[in-house]
Design a protein around this ligand. Structure first.
Ligand SMILES: NC(=O)c1ccc[n+]([C@@H]2O[C@H](COP(=O)([O-])OP(=O)(O)OC[C@H]3O[C@@H](n4cnc5c(N)ncnc54)[C@H](OP(=O)(O)O)[C@@H]3O)[C@@H](O)[C@H]2O)c1
Length: 257
């Protein structure tokens, strides 16, 4: 009875751009998209990692395009959207997931350069992506997911720039959702809790520390990148056709405690 889910798992043949595809959540989501039959454009700075991921996607019968991109550079983001259009003929979806933690220190020790560096990638990077993706989708509609965080909803001591940047991602998500809706473009966010990726290792001072810290809390364990990929595919698909401007918590109830 595998026809039952057919209309919901509607990503086959869709052209989807993923930023921050070289690692962690972005890489897991790109792989899941490839398995769902989507044509995936992979963007991040580390082209070597994108090439090996593209190999993995193609090995599984999927279609992948590698586009080395620094999302803090608007011309590079515009070029990534243009390259996707050129290769796939259209842009149906995007996962704007590139992000970085920045300097870890008490707020009073953080200077403007630290702050701006995080804002460039995490906020302007998402803004540039939305701007060029929505222009490309205007004719036929589409679906976009931005990676926010639980710290788009709560504070995060010693991560002031990161915390502010993720709140800003939600603001961009909501405004883009309102502007996009009449054009058939939905824009949502996923807000992951602690996910076992290289970023979380840095944030928690190593994977052992991450697991030990979470064991003392109701959430118990970090999530896996694959546990974020599923919700992203849902938000990119027609299964979520009336969900727009939403931030979907993927945090094992961490923020419910
Ligand atoms: N892990 C968590 O606990 C957690 C929780 C909530 C939210 N998030 C968010 O999830 C997203 C993915 O993070 P992750 O946990 O998967 O960490 P990760 O493994 O460190 O991946 C981060 C990705 O972002 C890319 N990136 C960073 N700056 C970029 C730039 N200027 N231009 C292009 N790509 C850039 C990196 O690629 P290159 O270095 O190759 O450019 C990499 O692919 C981020 O937005 C992060 O804030 C993570």
């Amino acid at each position: 009875m595998h026809h039952t889910n057919h209309s919901l798992a509607d990503l086959a043949g869709k052209a989807i751009l993923v930023t921050g595809a070289s690692s962690g959540i972005g890489a897991a989501t790109a792989l899941a998209l490839g398995r769902a039959g989507a044509r995936v454009a992979l963007a991040a700075r580390r082209g070597d990692l994108l090439e090996s991921l593209a190999g993995e996607i193609r090995g599984g019968g999927g279609e992948a395009l590698v586009i080395p991109t620094d999302v803090a550079d608007e011309s590079a983001v515009a070029a990534a959207v243009a390259a996707t259009l050129k290769a796939f003929g259209r842009l149906d979806g995007a996962f704007n997931n590139a992000g970085q933690l920045g300097r870890v220190a008490p707020l009073s020790d953080i200077d403007a350069a630290d702050f701006l560096q995080v804002m460039q990638s995490n906020v302007l990077g998402v803004f540039y992506a939305l701007k060029h993706e929505m222009a490309a989708m205007r004719a036929h509609g589409g679906a976009i997911v931005n990676t926010a965080s639980i710290v788009a909803h709560v504070g995060f001591p010693h991560f002031a720039p990161y915390n502010a940047s993720k709140h800003a991602v939600l603001g961009l998500t909501r405004t883009a959702a309102l502007e996009g809706w009449p054009q058939g473009i939905r824009v949502n966010a996923v807000s992951p809790g602690p996910i076992a990726t290289p970023m979380a290792e840095i944030g928690f001072g190593g994977l052992d520390n991450l697991h030990a810290t979470l064991q003392t809390m109701p959430v118990g364990r970090p999530g896996t990148p694959e546990e974020v990929a599923g919700p992203v595919l849902f938000l990119l698909s027609q299964a979520s056709s009336y969900i727009n401007g939403h931030s979907l918590l993927v945090d094992g109830a961490m923020t419910a405690a």
